[in-house]
Design a protein around this ligand. Structure first.
Ligand code: NAD
Length: 490
């Protein structure tokens, strides 16, 4: 098909304020809604990256030398542009990622909130000053690092780039964004809106590609820091490779979030929260419920979950998963669990899709009971609208099950007992804890980040904690009184 007839003709790189030459290789971009070809994307080379790094280096001096209060004016305007273009941006997310329009609007709204936080950074990053000897002052200021890179996954084409863009740029850095090659289109629109908001050319650049470009980012001597969001397997590779070339690295990986449900939990609230957590964005969220650990007699809650899950209609309020490969992988996990003795009590393998989209990658909500911790489905990230239920005899056993899994993004407990909730808050081995909340994403200004195999590197990726990651401290000692007595400590 000639690329000019596609819905979004060829997705190019975006360098120094304009679309840049394509890399030599192109890849197809298909919509998960119906499998249709919607664009092509450039698979850039290390040479293409070099052009972007040079543009970002050229822009750094001017941008980092602009007072932060002036930089914030760009982001106030940008936040308004996100609001003005909300429908178009959400439609883009819906088309390239497949999530529902409601979920896509929520993603853009979260990007606005992240930008609002960045606008508040001038109030948070003032330095320190002290007269340490007569007439001698020490001061500490936060300075940007230089050119930084942000590597993003497919599951939030608009929001995850906003975890890094507003804060890193507001703090004076210039950036190369590498979006997922599965969903590259939103990133270009973000670049155009930043320019419209008044961001100088070269401060923000987009370089598309796959593994090869990620490796080139890790190795490039002009890039000072790398943030990564994606699977644990790749997070480890990127963390090790970027660190080996002496860069600062913060790499967020996958998840296997455990929701511990006690028999005294509020029935309707718990069932609706657990089901929303496992099925939102078709289960393709790093904060999604992957396993429910049912403590004791929780049949009534499982029955109510089935009632809730039946309200989810693929094609209406449940989107498809990202690709045919993802669809087949998820089916494989369900089949293997069934063979190993687990019981599929709600089966989404052959769903009726509203609107009749035949070629979309749809799965219905799937609930699998009597899963045991040794099964593969219990140990690996499934990343689809599927929840496993593991039975535990008491709260201690449930917490042990949560603790034994190698990930540590989120964990939650559902109960009416403050004492039991407190035990989970204390002992769960995860970075983000929910009490009667299925998706415990901390909202701004609280920071986002997991533990264990869900994050490599120090600092969180958003909120106040990210300030530390995107800046370095400059310590200056001044003396303007030559007549003042000095000692060896100045
Ligand atoms: P992924 O790891 O396959 O890809 C992420 C990025 O890495 C993409 O830009 C991709 O081009 C690149 N990449 C892929 N393979 C690579 C390789 N071998 N070497 C170098 N780069 C490579 O992840 P995905 O499938 O796009 O996203 C889903 C994953 O992201 C899930 O595991 C999910 O839990 C995770 N995720 C985590 C968080 C979090 O906050 N912890 C948030 C969102 C998504």
């Amino acid at each position: 098909m000639p690329t000019s007839t596609l819905k979004y003709p060829e997705t190019r790189n975006y360098i120094a304020g304009k679309p840049a030459a394509n890399g030599q290789k192109q890849m197809e971009v298909r919509s998960p809604l119906d499998g249709s070809l919607i664009s092509t994307v450039s698979l850039s080379s290390a040479k293409d990256l070099d052009v972007a790094v040079k543009a970002a280096e050229a822009a750094f001096q001017g941008w980092s030398g602009t007072p932060i209060k002036e930089r914030s004016q760009v982001f106030f305007r940008y936040r308004e542009l996100l609001a003005k273009n909300r429908e178009e941006l959400a439609t883009l997310v819906h088309t390239e990622n497949g999530k529902t329009m409601d979920e896509s609007y929520a993603e853009v709204d979260k990007s606005m909130e992240l930008t609002e936080f960045a606008c508040s950074l001038p109030q948070l990053i003032q330095g320190e000053l002290l007269e340490v000897s007569k007439g001698v002052e020490c001061r500490i200021e936060r300075k940007p690092l230089g050119v930084v890179a942000s590597i993003a996954p497919f599951n939030f084409p608009n929001m995850v780039p906003h975890w890094t863009i507003p804060n890193a740029l507001m703090l004076g850095n210039t950036m190369i964004l590498k979006p997922s090659e599965l969903v590259p289109i939103s990133a270009i629109r973000i670049a155009e809106l930043l320019k419209e908001a008044g961001l100088p050319d070269g401060v923000f650049n987009v370089v598309n590609g796959d593994r090869q470009i990620v490796e080139a980012i890790c190795d490039h001597p002009g890039i000072k820091a790398v943030s990564f969001v994606g699977s644990t397997k790749v997070a480890k590779i990127v963390y090790i490779r970027a660190s080996a070339s002496l860069k600062r690295a913060l790499c967020l990986g996958g998840a296997k979030n455990h929701l511990i449900v006690l028999p005294d939990a509020h029935l309707e609230m718990t069932a609706s929260n657990v089901v929303a957590s496992m099925s939102g964005c078709a289960g393709q969220r790093c904060m999604a419920a992957a396993q429910m650990v049912g403590v004791g007699a929780v049949e009534h809650i499982i029955d109510q979950m089935i009632i809730e899950a039946k309200k989810l209609i693929p094609g209406k309020n449940l989107g498809p998963v990202i690709s045919k490969a993802a669809f087949e992988r998820i089916i494989g996990y369900i089949e293997e669990a069934e063979k190993a003795g687990a019981k599929v009590i709600m089966d989404g393998r052959n769903p009726q899709v509203e609107g009749g989209a035949k070629d979309g990658y749809y799965l219905g909500p799937t609930i699998i009971d009597h899963v045991t911790p040794d099964m593969r489905i219990s140990q690996e990230e499934v990343f689809g609208p599927v929840i496993s239920i593991i039975r535990a005899k008491d709260l201690d056993a449930a917490i042990d099950i949560e603790n034994a899994n190698p990930y540590g993004n989120a964990a939650a407990v559902f109960t009416q007992s403050g004492g039991q909730a407190r035990q989970v808050m204390e002992r769960a081995s995860a970075g983000m804890i929910g009490v009667n909340i299925g998706v415990p994403v901390p909202r701004e200004p609280f920071s986002f980040g997991g533990w264990n195999d869900s994050k490599f590197g120090t600092c969180d990726i958003t909120g106040k904690s990210s300030i530390e990651f995107w800046t370095q401290l400059k310590k200056t000692t001044t003396k303007w009184n030559p007549e003042g007595k000095t000692n060896w400590m100045s």
